[in-house]
Design a binder for this molecule. Structure first.
Ligand code: ZN
Length: 365
């Protein structure tokens, strides 16, 4: 006989760097396509064990271990049919994309999601590769997608701007895809250290010089074939301050990429950035060297990751031992530890790379 769970725990973002754990009503099945999972690992990710399936779900069974794309999709609109699930027209009517409302919930120990047969990726039973599989929800496919957006081919050189979780995953993906040289740009020491865990990746510290000059020098005087902007609009310049310079990374990508090369932009840009440094930025507009971009014949690929396009293949690379993105994990905590852990991160927020939460306690085999 199954137990009925009537409450769930969730991490609430009270304000910047302050969270609390609250109990609330457990999620309910509302639609024939819905499924509820008991979350084993959360962050921006959601993976867990199927707890309940609704009447229309035919591919999943209670007890299946699954991971869910951060941007859920309906599987039946024009963009989904063409494989562009990040731009699903059906999940949020009037908007192309299903990420919001899910990510904003914060970590929680029970999770209901729609269109379950389409969205769930089934994993081998047990607890093996837990954190690596959790990254199939977002950062591993997103990093891989950044490399794809740059039109990368094996053997090419690539510069990745940003050594946060997505940048590290882009650099790691480029290695898996046989890049000849990989440069990873950041200024946070812990992130540059994390980049060193990627075999052959060369960290570039932009606090000590111009990133474009340093990369070209390291690359034997040549521009790189591809670049990836894994930073987005919240980029900061090389100055000591942390003032936002939304165009700085795109500009560097244009300058460091060889003529007819390509730029991939998985980093987030928004149509309205109210905290931006000026009125143009507030309206999502920025200056960039479009003339240089045209002169060099560069391509730019942008947008959120179509997670379903990649996640089953990346899962199989983890299972076969070809890939193990687990190296980006910096902290693993339980949900009740979230308030104190988040406060600790506040003191040295830039130091941490990636936190995973196990909302139902430590994993047991
Ligand atoms: Zn769709």
């Amino acid at each position: 006989m199954s137990t009925t769970i009537t409450t769930m725990k969730a991490v609430h973002y009270e304000k910047s760097f302050e969270v609390s754990v609250r109990e609330g009503p457990a999620p309910k099945i509302q639609h024939p396509d819905d499924t509820i999972i008991k979350v084993t690992t959360a962050g921006r990710e959601n993976m867990g064990i199927v707890d309940q399936v609704s009447s229309g779900v035919t591919l999943l069974r209670k007890g299946d271990r699954v991971v869910i794309p951060f941007n859920v999709a309906d599987g039946r609109c024009l963009n989904c049919e063409e494989g562009r699930t990040a731009f699903c027209n059906g999940v949020n009517p009037g908007f192309a994309g299903g990420a919001y409302g899910y990510v904003a919930m914060g970590p929680h120990n029970m999770f209901a999601f729609p269109y379950a047969d389409f969205n769930a990726l089934v994993l081998p039973a047990g607890t093996r590769h837990e954190s690596s599989f959790a990254f199939l929800a977002d950062i591993f496919p997103t990093g891989w997608h950044g490399v794809t957006l740059s039109n990368f081919s094996p053997g090419e050189s690539i510069a990745v701007f940003g050594a946060g979780p997505v940048g590290l995953m882009s650099a790691y993906s480029a290695r898996l895809r046989e890049a000849s040289r990989v440069y990873v740009v950041d200024k946070v020491p812990a992130r540059l250290e994390a980049a060193k865990k990627i075999p052959g990746a060369k960290p570039i510290d932009f606090s000590v010089g111009d990133a474009v000059d340093m990369i070209i020098k390291e690359n034997g005087g040549k521009m790189v074939d591809r670049s990836v902007d894994a930073v987005g609009y919240q980029a900061v310049g090389s100055g000591k301050g942390e003032e936002e310079e939304p165009n700085v990374v795109l500009e560097q990508c244009i300058m460091v990429t060889r003529p007819t090369g390509g730029i991939g932009v998985p980093g987030l840009y928004v149509p309205a950035d109210l905290g931006g440094p000026d009125e143009k930025a507030a309206n999502g507009m920025m200056m960039m060297s479009f003339g240089k971009l045209f002169e060099k014949g560069l391509t730019i690929g942008t947008g959120q990751c179509n997670v379903k396009k990649y996640n089953r293949y990346l899962r199989d690379m983890i299972i076969s031992g070809q890939a193990d993105p687990n190296f980006v994990v910096s902290h693993e905590i339980n949900i009740d530890d979230a308030p104190s852990a988040y406060q600790k991160f506040d003191q040295r927020i830039e130091d941490y790379a990636k936190v995973l939460i196990h909302p139902n306690g430590p994993l047991r085999s």
